[in-house]
Design a binder for this molecule. Structure first.
Ligand code: G3P
Length: 251
């Protein structure tokens, strides 16, 4: 997708849905929900394997937003391999054209078809200023998901008005216990704290999320969806895992 096409992409609704609120149907909740799969540098999600995994994601029938956050190397190839799938970067730097060796340039990511990015992931921390400058640089339709380790960081990031704040306790990342079970208060607490600061910023949660019931619980706790990695990238059957995850939005 070209940069100009991306600019004209329909803006998504920024409500913060929970089952039963504002008379919303389950269908509305599903449509407003996200499952973001972070490919990180898992071997199963790089290069040709990234294309394969993205194609599997594109096969899932759901009205929820399924997003692949891929290596910068793989953006173009993944977009070609999985037309229709939303593709984000895992990180961007707030730099312009010019002398910035090795930095990840937002305008080039957009030109290559990325429609959003993670920023400040627990595995790639940056300053609040970095996040603020990035937000100033990208068009408002470009999704920016700022990651937070706890409620306070989530609150601080939400004041910058990213599209999403994703709360992920670092100690649970890559584990087998979902944040929604291990620390439900961090999810509900972040949802509340972010709502106090901005009505437009939506909350995701992640770390250890692996099943449909983890996704259901995330929504019940006030999140709009989940950010996960190993539950899909390390699954014996990623397609089955993805189907299980999105089924959690229909319960
Ligand atoms: O970005 C998602 C991530 O940090 C959570 O990883 O493997 O616990 O789903 P995982």
């Amino acid at each position: 997708m070209s940069a100009s096409a991306m600019y004209h992409k329909k803006a998504h609704s920024f409500s913060n849905p929970r089952y039963g609120q504002r008379g919303e149907s389950v269908r509305d909740v599903v449509r407003d929900s996200l499952v973001v799969v972070n490919f990180k540098t898992y071997q199963t999600a790089q290069g040709i394997s990234a294309e394969d995994l993205a194609s599997k994601m594109a096969q899932i029938e759901t009205s929820a937003r399924l997003v692949a956050a891929v290596s910068a190397f793989d953006i173009s190839a993944v977009i070609e391999a999985a037309p229709g799938l939303e593709v984000w970067c895992q990180h961007l730097d707030p730099v312009g054209f010019g002398s910035n060796t090795g930095w990840l340039h937002p305008a080039t990511a957009i030109e290559r078809g990325a429609t959003g990015t993670l920023i400040n992931h627990a595995e790639h921390k940056v300053s609040l200023e970095h996040v603020a400058m990035l937000l100033e640089q990208v068009p408002s339709e470009f999704s920016v998901c700022a990651c937070a380790a706890d409620v306070e960081e989530g609150r601080a990031l939400s004041a910058l008005n990213p599209t999403f704040v994703a709360v992920e306790p670092p100690e649970l990342i890559g584990g087998n216990v979902s944040v929604t079970n291990a620390d439900p208060e961090i999810v509900s607490g972040t949802a509340e704290a972010v709502k106090d600061v901005s009505r437009s910023v939506r909350v995701l949660c992640g770390a250890g999320v692996k099943t449909g019931s983890d996704v259901t619980k995330a929504i019940e706790l006030g999140a709009s969806g989940v950010l996960l990695a190993s539950g899909v990238t390390m699954a014996d059957d990623p397609l089955e895992s993805l189907e299980g995850l999105v089924s959690g939005l229909r319960n």
